[in-house]
Design a protein around this ligand. Structure first.
Ligand code: AGP
Length: 602
């Protein structure tokens, strides 16, 4: 779970690396580092914490003329976030950066230590550079040594290595962690995703698992286990500008405001007057399918959970949802009349990707709902529905959740059409509600201001319960996750009807209950649950279109006729509440502590 950038060519290398790492900082920001090799000179800088520390440290360093350079931003997996554990890791005359986990690193380390190698860090990565130098010293063949090294590695990796042994080359390998090569004539770039090289490279090749090789004299020499391999490039996307902050204080805030607009894009060409059309899906995907299983993590899991109500209610198809990290190890019973759906904003979440590979091995057809085209999950799936949310930079996911949920809602209708489980009138109602969604997502000044003002009353206490029923239970889970991610306050999402079976024991005036009380779905049931909490003196913030006398605080929503419109409107309220509480607490909203945007380790 780290970001990698590499460059080989004549341009100033430090700025290319630092700018690239800036774009990847969402992948991890425990520490960052760069290494540059120019002829016989090897330079290396590292700093703990955010990239700005590395910028400061390299202020007086410039690297003109031909050379090879690699950089890394880290999210710690093995070893604490210290400078010694920061990448690039150093041998005697080489440097390596790595994203992923070398699972057999302890065995390798033992072997190297027995040969007298001293380790400076606690990382799995450092074994790579020592292994390389051992093989190189024995063979005097840099690429041969790299190839031998790669063959010894087990686990997931994207690796770049530079060495005085061949100062005009960058060695690379990819297996299970993302990496691409960007081209602009003889200038060659590497990165963990498109963003750092947009505006620099023109063409791109997305490395496949098992690819390795080296770049030298403007040429890529590519191999896999069958030997030399050809590759073809494709044009690089150009929409980096969309990832700027546009005057908002935080990317998360910008992304909350963007939801209304991007939802239009999610629906474009898909929501028609008389039904849903997905050009990406063919009817065969669904032939013989009697059940759906969805696997995802975090926010994507919440979206999955919400959709399970829609699949069963609208499409009349059984739908089970599982947390990917649990699914992977439970020896699940899978039958090939099940469509296996994965949901992932990044498309790189290791647990979700592995769950998908398991399902494929069991012979299931697979569909991914993803925001990043060409990501590992997309490439692994039989079919994909892109969410079209645009780059999401805030670690706390907002517009990705909204667009995932919309795609899943559309999919439930699409399947209902295939299975003839929906009446024409009901279909029209759903389509009509969909088309109103962008309006339900608009953030008005009045709403934001109100949430800003009341957020000051929610900075203490001994915890938050977000409660809701039916579709609003997954939304409660998501509201609680948003709050805890960026405020560091304890919050739980709970089914409102379940509070009386235990958690109500916690109720007192310092227990903050955020009650999701939609008018169009089980209003009276939720109301009684909230009344039970109010009777025990819990502090209630009610979110509902219907005024509620027992609330200590109340946010009145506008929509009251369709559960999904209420869902999206309340989602925005919970996102803004988390945002405002986090800002008041002085936290870094976009880069909350201990988290990374893309979790590419198990
Ligand atoms: C969302 O706010 C979280 N940061 C996190 O739970 C995230 O949703 C999860 O790691 C899954 O990521 P993915 O959607 O990229 O697979």
């Amino acid at each position: 779970m780290c970001g990698i950038v590499g460059y080989i060519g004549k341009k100033e290398k430090k700025e290319i690396l630092l700018d690239g790492l800036q774009d990847l900082e969402y992948r991890g920001y425990d520490s960052a580092g760069i290494a540059v090799v120019e002829g016989k000179s090897l330079q290396n800088f590292k700093a703990v914490g955010k990239l700005t520390n590395l910028r400061e440290k390299t202020r007086n360093y410039h690297s003109e003329g031909f050379g090879a350079a690699i950089g890394h931003t880290r999210w710690a997996t093995h070893g604490k976030p210290t400078e010694l554990n920061a990448h690039p890791h150093m041998g005697q005359y080489s440097y390596v950066v790595h994203n992923g986990i070398i699972e057999n690193y302890q065995a390798l380390k033992k072997e190297l230590a027995a040969e007298g190698v001293t380790f400076l860090s606690q990382t799995d990565t450092e074994t790579i550079v020592h292994l390389f130098e051992q093989y190189h010293q024995a063979s005097n063949d840099p690429f041969g040594a790299f190839e031998q090294t790669v063959k010894r590695l087990e686990g997931a990796y994207a690796i770049l290595l530079v060495s005085e042994a061949d100062p005009d080359a960058i060695f690379f390998a990819k297996n299970g962690s993302p990496m691409l090569i960007g081209f602009d004539g003889e200038e060659i770039y590497f990165a963990s995703s498109d963003t750092p090289i947009i505006g620099k490279a023109k063409e791109v090749y997305y490395l496949e698992d098992g690819d390795y090789g080296y770049v030298k004299e403007g040429k890529v020499h590519l191999f896999n286990q069958s030997g030399a391999k050809s590759y073809s490039t494709q044009p690089l996307p150009t929409d980096k500008a969309l990832a700027q902050k546009d005057g908002y204080r935080f990317f998360m805030e910008k992304e909350i405001y963007e939801q209304s607009r991007v939802m239009g894009e999610t629906m474009m060409g898909r929501v028609l007057e008389d039904g849903i059309r997905f050009e990406e899906l063919n009817d065969h995907l669904f032939e013989g399918i009697n059940a759906i299983k969805i696997c995802a993590c975090g926010t994507s899991y919440h979206s999955a959970l919400a959709s399970s109500y829609l699949f069963e209610r609208i499409a009349k198809i059984r739908c089970d949802v599982e947390i990917a990290s649990e699914f992977r190890h439970k020896e699940p019973l899978l039958t090939n009349d099940t469509l296996f759906i994965t949901i992932s904003q990044s498309g790189e979440t290791a647990d979700t990707l592995e769950a998908l590979k398991m399902a494929k091995r069991a012979g299931l057809r697979s569909l991914s709902i993803c925001n990043v085209d060409n990501s590992s999950i997309v490439r692994e799936s039989d079919a994909t529905l892109l969410t079209r949310a645009g780059i999401e930079k805030g670690v706390a996911s907002t517009k990705a959740f909204a667009t995932q949920t919309m795609v899943l809602w559309m999919l439930s209708l699409w399947i209902a059409q295939q299975r003839n489980t929906i009446e024409t009138d009901r279909l029209r109602e759903e389509l009509d509600a969909m088309l109103h969604t962008p309006k339900a997502l608009i953030v008005t000044d009045a709403l934001h201001d109100r949430i800003h003002r009341l957020s000051k009353r929610y900075l203490h206490g001994h915890g938050f319960f977000f409660i809701g029923r039916d579709l609003f239970f997954p939304l409660a889970l998501e509201g609680a996750l948003k709050l805890k991610e960026i405020s560091y306050l304890h919050a739980e999402g709970y089914p409102a009807g379940e509070m009386k079976h235990g958690p109500i024991a916690l109720a007192d005036s310092e227990l903050f209950t955020i009650a999701l009380m939609p008018a169009s779905l089980l209003y009276d049931k939720v109301k009684s649950n909230v009344e039970e909490l109010s009777a025990r003196d819990a502090t209630i913030l009610a979110i509902s279109p219907r005024p509620f006398d027992l609330a200590d605080d109340f946010i009145q929503t506008q929509y009251d006729s369709h559960p999904m419109l209420e869902f999206f409107e309340m989602m925005v309220v919970t996102q803004l509440l988390a945002l405002e509480i986090s800002i008041r607490l002085g936290n870094d909203v976009d880069m909350p502590r201990n988290l990374a945007k893309s979790v590419t380790v198990e």
